[in-house]
Design a protein around this ligand. Structure first.
Ligand SMILES: Nc1nc2c(ncn2[C@@H]2O[C@H](COP(=O)(O)OP(=O)(O)OP(=O)(O)O)[C@@H](O)[C@H]2O)c(=O)[nH]1
Ligand SMILES: [Mg+2]
Length: 633
């Protein structure tokens, strides 16, 4: 089963809608105003089914110059164009404009229907054919079939249908392994069902019960039902004109231009980089800061153009542009867009989106030009690598890369795996990637920060992990964690609790320093439950200083000395002896007061109270008034 979408195009009143009706039997002019005025205002839809399973979906567009905006929403998702030219009138302004739009959107092929053939003589037809041939000559339709038809006499209808089917069979199938995307072209409510949106499913597959998001509105919903040509189906695939019944979403919450896709699959963009071409008959050059109407998918937003490598873009030329969008667009790189001038409203150009989350760059620099050229011409792997290079030390989430590239989730995984294998990028984990250069830079910076720290603090075992991370340019948390893990696996660093040091770092004491450290250690051990103050202990060893002295702190860092409160420290071994005595006492007597504590350890209140509080803090005891009992007893 193949679905190919054909769009009509052409000047007002040239017979597009009549021809669609002649081919399919469907009158696509539904609105009362359309009936009254005899013109098409908004998009209409019909289809043809060929016996071999081919379905030709037809989008009928308005020809009136005031409704080109609607025409653009209709042709955004088409595969083929059926350019309609009335034989009696020939080529007219919207014939040219619609053809230019189809060229800008890179529609690949199509044909021309020379309508109202019953109104002219055969040799007139030949003259018009010559005209049309020279119109098509420089375009993608050069050499395409030009078929005279009349809905009055039926002439040419069979031939036209056969030619459409032939072209449709040659259209390559759309990829279903990419992210499902449905740019909304209509929204309405159906009694008993609620909100329904329609559009051409540009890529991927949509199934009943799928969770979806209406981008960029951040409305999350579920597919309650799907229809194609009025038939209820379970699964819609790329290329199908699809009606989606959304669960629990207000009609007013959605507009034409929104995109239905999996939750989080797309990113709204207010800035976009793109290739940019100005059509040859644009009335004047395009300048930086010009305000334009930007059309992508079924969306239209206002935007300002920033030219990248020049002050003005002349008609007929191609360059790069950055667009500042006045409201967010939802699109993927690779999507084509069209721009129309603000006033008068005419089609002036278009291009291909290259990036919907562009990095900061100085404009008009060779580096920016090189970057954009790579995004335009590079292989998928090179494009991904470039995004990660620009992401710098923060790296990028796989989910964000997915919304910034057109590869689809599976192909993206493959490409990332290939780049990891080639050593171009580093996988922080399955969800986060970092460019190799950024990784190496962060690694070198971290190691040299550690070297500098050890040189400045030879008696400190290591630096706190948080401090190191903040000194390393406030490295991204996941990236930094992964870096430390790999540095540790290589034996370059050691981490203990929240301390990080170089594997090669060891505290080396001079004989004099060693004498003080051993002296302090012995003094506190000997003093047991009644230790000296840090000043006293240091003074006894002939050293002036307090607890902040680096040798004293060395014993604290090694947890040989433990602070009970303020500047009262106990030796760790002494504390464990005291704890044993206390626990034994409590097993026997169930509770202990400050007086008992003094007697038990032969100490004064000055030590007894802090010790009791210390064991409360260690969750050995629980306080009950002035007395303590064993925790859990
Ligand atoms: N004699 C004759 N008249 C035709 C033929 N096709 C269309 N017409 C007439 O041309 C007029 C315009 O036809 P439409 O089909 O509405 O034209 P359109 O291109 O859809 O117009 P817009 O959608 O407004 O751009 C109508 O009055 C049709 O009856 C034809 O083959 N022969
Ligand atoms: Mg019409």
């Amino acid at each position: 089963m193949k679905h190919v979408v054909v769009g009509t195009a052409g000047h007002i009143d040239h017979g597009k809608t009549a021809l669609v009706k002649g081919l399919t039997g469907t009158d696509t002019d539904r609105l009362p105003e359309e009936k009254a005025r005899g013109i098409t205002i908004d998009l209409g839809f019909a289809f043809l089914e060929e016996p071999d399973g081919l379905t030709i979906e037809i989008v009928d567009v308005p020809g009136h110059e005031r409704f080109v905006k609607n025409m653009l929403a209709g042709v955004g998702g088409i595969d083929l164009v059926m350019l309609v030219i009335a034989a009696d009138e020939g080529v007219m302004p919207q014939t040219r404009e619609h053809l230019a739009i189809c060229s800008l959107l890179r529609i690949k092929s199509g044909l021309v229907a020379l309508t109202k053939s019953d109104l002219v003589e055969p040799d007139w037809i030949e003259l018009v054919k010559d005209d049309v041939a020279s119109l098509l000559e420089p375009t993608f339709l050069a050499g395409s079939p030009v078929i005279p038809v009349s809905v009055k006499t039926g002439e040419g209808l069979q031939e036209l249908r056969a030619a459409l089917a032939r072209l449709a069979r040659a259209v390559p199938a759309r990829s279903t392994d990419q992210t499902a995307r449905l740019p909304v072209d209509r929204v309405f409510t159906v009694r008993g069902f609620g909100t329904v949106v329609t559009g051409t499913l540009t890529a991927g597959i949509l199934s009943v019960e799928d969770r979806v998001e209406v981008h960029p509105r951040e409305v999350v919903s579920k597919v309650r039902g799907l229809q194609v040509h009025g038939h209820t189906i379970e699964r819609a695939s790329a290329g199908q004109r699809t009606a989606v019944n959304l669960q629990g979403v207000e009609r007013a919450a959605i507009e034409r231009g929104d995109v239905v896709a999996p939750p989080g699959a797309l990113l709204p963009a207010l800035l976009a980089d793109a290739t940019l071409e100005l059509v040859e008959d644009a009335p004047r050059p395009l300048k930086t800061r010009d305000r334009v109407r930007f059309h992508v998918g079924t969306q239209e937003v206002m935007a300002r153009v920033l030219l990248v490598d020049r002050v003005e873009l002349e008609p007929g030329l191609v360059s790069y542009g950055r667009f500042r969008l006045e409201s967010p667009i939802v699109a993927l790189p690779g999507d084509r867009f069209v721009i129309r001038s603000y006033s008068p409203i005419i089609t002036i150009g278009g291009g291909t989106l290259l990036d919907i989350a562009p990095p900061r760059f100085k404009r008009k620099t060779p580096a920016l030009l090189a970057h954009l050229t790579l995004l335009e011409r590079g292989s998928p792997g090179q494009v991904l690598e470039e995004h990660l290079k620009q992401a710098g030390p923060a790296g990028a989430r796989a989910a964000d890369l997915r919304a910034r590239t057109p590869f689809g989730p599976e192909r993206l995984r493959e490409l990332l795996d290939e780049l990891v294998k080639a050593g171009a990028i580093v996988a922080v984990d399955r969800e986060w990637y970092l460019h190799r250069e950024a990784n190496d830079r962060l690694r070198a910076q971290t190691v040299s920060l550690l070297e500098a720290f050890h040189a400045g603090n030879p008696l400190r075992a290591g630096i706190s992990r948080e401090e190191l991370r903040s000194r390393a340019g406030n490295a991204q948390e996941r990236v930094f964690a992964q870096l430390l893990t790999s540095l540790e696996a290589e034996g370059v660093v050691r981490t203990e609790k929240d301390q990080v040091r170089l594997g090669s770092h060891a505290i080396r004491l001079s004989p004099e320093q060693q004498r003080v450290v051993s002296g302090l250690d012995a003094d506190f051990l000997r003093a047991g439950a009644a230790p000296p103050s840090p000043e006293e202990a240091l003074a006894r060893l002939g050293v002036k200083g307090n607890e902040r002295h680096e040798l004293f702190q060395l014993l604290v860092a090694e947890r040989r000395l433990v602070r009970a409160k303020e500047s009262l420290y106990f030796h760790a071994d002494a504390l464990s002896v005291i704890q044993d005595k206390l626990v034994a006492y409590l097993h026997e007597r169930k509770e202990i007061g400050p007086g008992d504590m003094k007697d038990l350890l032969g100490i004064t209140r000055k030590y007894a109270i802090p010790l009791m509080e210390y064991f409360d803090g260690q969750r050995v005891t629980v306080r009950q008034g002035e007395r303590r009992v064993l925790r859990g007893a």
